[in-house]
Design a protein around this ligand. Structure first.
Ligand SMILES: [Zn+2]
Length: 338
């Protein structure tokens, strides 16, 4: 496979064939949870569309392939929350929630110009789920009547986009990879077997996340610390719960929303595992290094209570997204812990 993508074979094959046959679309929407490899596929599409030696099957070596991969090809333009926040201070950038109309305008600025060097002008927009109505509308006309030589690739971490946008794109919905495939990808990168198994389980099929975690041991340490803290919280009184909620709430208001959502995901994953063990499916758990704790908790709580709490954590995340008061939302969630 010349696309250098781990997994997602069906998606790569579909894109490759359409490029080879000249039946590729003018606009794509790549969607799926973060860390699946969407950005890598978007980049490989830009290569496949512009490779000088073998269009469709990028050589990774020609001038076009190398320049695109390095991010300095004049016909490939990439934007997203990262580029929007690049000129801002870190805390200001973290507080940005939406892709602004100015970002979209700048990104699509010279779409009407023919490609300078390549065959196609490729515009990649990351975080497309963060387009607000105004910036979505600014893009509609481009999506409706793109020039013949342009390919627009929207990359989104969820499917929550305006229907008017989605209906104008060929949609490729990426799914998490099987755990085995993630573990094999890590083993091929010389990660020791035990760590590969653990990260593959934790990744939930997000191979990009797993590979990034191997390069950042602090991610792994932080995950373990957070889980320890959450486990202890269960055995402590209301005071500890209020303090925890207060701390997270401060982080949330200080622009670290993603960190708070990571806590909730971790906690929800934990209770989902407890539920799996309680239901007699221990092989599917994510926290494979804490099987004893899982078994202990599964034996201690009735299944309906565990099930209800998993739902409550999801509801808390939803309330935060809908601008609920973080302290109240988090306290309320924890007060119902089994
Ligand atoms: Zn090439």
């Amino acid at each position: 496979m010349s696309w250098n993508i781990i997994g997602h074979e069906w998606a790569v094959e579909q894109l490759r064939r359409s490029i080879l046959a000249g039946s590729d679309a003018h606009a794509y929407l790549l969607s799926g949870p973060p860390g699946l490899g969407k950005a890598a596929i978007a980049m490989q599409m830009a290569l496949a569309l512009n490779c000088e030696r073998s269009p469709g099957d990028p050589c990774q070596e020609c001038r076009a392939c190398r320049r695109i991969a390095r991010g300095n090809h004049p016909d490939v333009r990439v934007a997203g929350m990262a580029s929007q926040g690049a000129a801002l201070k870190a805390d200001e950038a973290a507080r940005q929630k939406e892709l602004k109309i100015a970002t979209v305008r700048e990104w699509q600025r010279d779409i009407s110009l023919r490609p300078y060097e390549g065959r196609r002008r490729v515009l990649i927009l990351h975080d497309a789920e963060r387009l607000n109505e105004e910036s979505s509308n600014a893009m509609l006309k481009t999506l409706e009547e793109p020039p013949d030589y342009a390919t627009i690739i929207l990359v989104a971490n969820s499917s929550e986009l305006l229907p008017t946008i989605v209906s104008r794109c060929r949609v490729i919905r990426l799914r998490p990879l099987p755990r085995r495939q993630v573990a094999e990808a890590l083993l091929a990168r010389n990660i020791v077997a035990e760590d590969a198994e653990l990260l593959a389980a934790w990744s939930g099929g997000r191979v990009g996340w797993a590979i990034q975690a191997t390069a950042q041991p602090e991610t792994i340490a932080a995950r373990q610390e957070h889980l320890d803290a959450l486990m202890q919280l269960g055995g402590q009184g209301r005071g500890a719960i209020f303090r925890w909620a207060e701390q997270r709430s401060k982080e949330y208001r200080g622009g670290e929303q993603e960190a708070v959502f990571t806590w909730l995901e971790l906690w929800q994953g934990w209770w989902r595992d407890v539920l799996l063990v309680a239901a007699g499916c221990p092989d599917s758990v994510v926290n494979i290094d804490r099987r004893e704790d899982l078994a202990r908790m599964a034996a201690r709580h009735p299944i309906p209570a565990i099930h209800a709490f998993v739902g409550r954590i999801g509801a808390a995340a939803q309330q935060l997204r809908e601008n609920g008061n973080p302290q109240l939302v988090l306290e309320n969630m924890l007060m119902h812990m089994p």
